[in-house]
Design a binder for this molecule. Sequence first.
Ligand code: MV4
Length: 456
Amino acid sequence: MFGRVLIANRGEIAQRIIRACRELGVESVAVYSEADADAIYLRQADETICIGPAPGAQSYLNIPAIISAAEVADVEAIHPGYGFLAENAHFAEVCESCKIKFIGPHPEVISGVGHKANAREMALRAGVPVVPGSDGAVPDERTALKVAGEIGYPVMIKAAAGGGGRGMRIARNEPSLVGGFHAARAEAKAAFDDDTVYIEKFVENPRHIEVQIIGDEHGTLVHLGERDCTVQRRHQKLIEEARSPSLDDAQREQIGEAALRMAREAGYYNAGTVEFLLDKHGNFYFIEVNARIQVEHTVTEMMTGVDLIQEMIRVAAGQELSFSQEDIEPSGHTIECRINAEDPERNFQPSPGLIETFVPPGGPGVRIDSHCYSGYRIPPNYDSMIGKLLVHRRTREEAIATMLRALDEFIIEGPKTTIPIHKAILRHSDFIAGQHDTGFMERYFNPMPTGLGSRR
Ligand code: MV4
């Protein structure tokens, strides 16, 4: 096992990784920007190093600064967390060439699955269902028209280097396809410096289901069941849960197997997620692979009892996974609410600043992963997540009741938060019935019902 690990991240995930290191008997080295000098994770780490000014580009995305810190602290490995450099193949390669183990998939795998048209072709080779669409990239307008004509409208034009909703266009007819094709290319070029696009049939109002996978370097690859992340707003997830209320046992087994076939085809090791869309007929289609640990990994931890961050560190150190597929039996029901410092009544505008009072809920079945405390000032420079509130209960109905109770109990004074919106979602008949889809937030919460902020 490693003696020391550097954490190239901040906030709740830095704290989460420090906890895993501590339990493994591994020393942790935390890095921080000038905006994070009073962050709580710096007190929990064994060593801390300032890596630069507040802007991410000069600190948490600053590869030379992070590598220098790793050299100074003499670590054997770096955990990237999520966001920042987590899916940066170049960073993973720099780590390798400096003889520092990158705790994540191999660089070639990060770049391989990061190219979505390429990932689509991998899925086809692996016999994993994909949305009908183009064979790889679509080079010009004429090919775009031909492909769209064959698969039938509506279609979606997607940036190969994109993901998470960036560089996408819907086209419902030929004129909008021509416009959308050029717009998507220009947007992709500007955002990713790569104008490659591909085309898929547009699946109307799907559900978003993803499967957690993890593998070691000895050929063992395991899936840990699905998460349902259908409650999203503008590609930001609000609530994640497991099991998905929209899969039966047969579909659940099929989607898990499909995720494993995809991971094997990609040569995957360490933790990752295979994302699928589920249409209203119950068909699922591969859309992309996330080559990192995700914010919502905690949902899977609650369901399986596996410590995913510890396992990531173990397999990166060359050890075998501490469990096999047969050991994984997700049980009960988990719901996670992402609590953000945002104002639901002002279009989810960020609401950083001083948290005057922070009293998290407790009691049976409740888990909080948060770096916040009374007196903490949320810096305006980074994402606005205050923390994740999770509940684990025997049934979905009980989980909803416990979550509503925990949200009621949560005291956060100072910034505006998304707590009221979570309560409204959990009380909505479509959510309670498990009949919501990815259009749910747009349909019922845009515009926001008035008075949400004061309702209990
Ligand atoms: C789609 C789709 C419909 N059809 N692809 C959005 C983010 C990226 N991960 C893929 N996304 C979508 N891809 C086809 N062929 C609809 C979405 C989509 C979506 C997917 C999951 C969760 C929320 C979503 C919200 C809007 C669009």
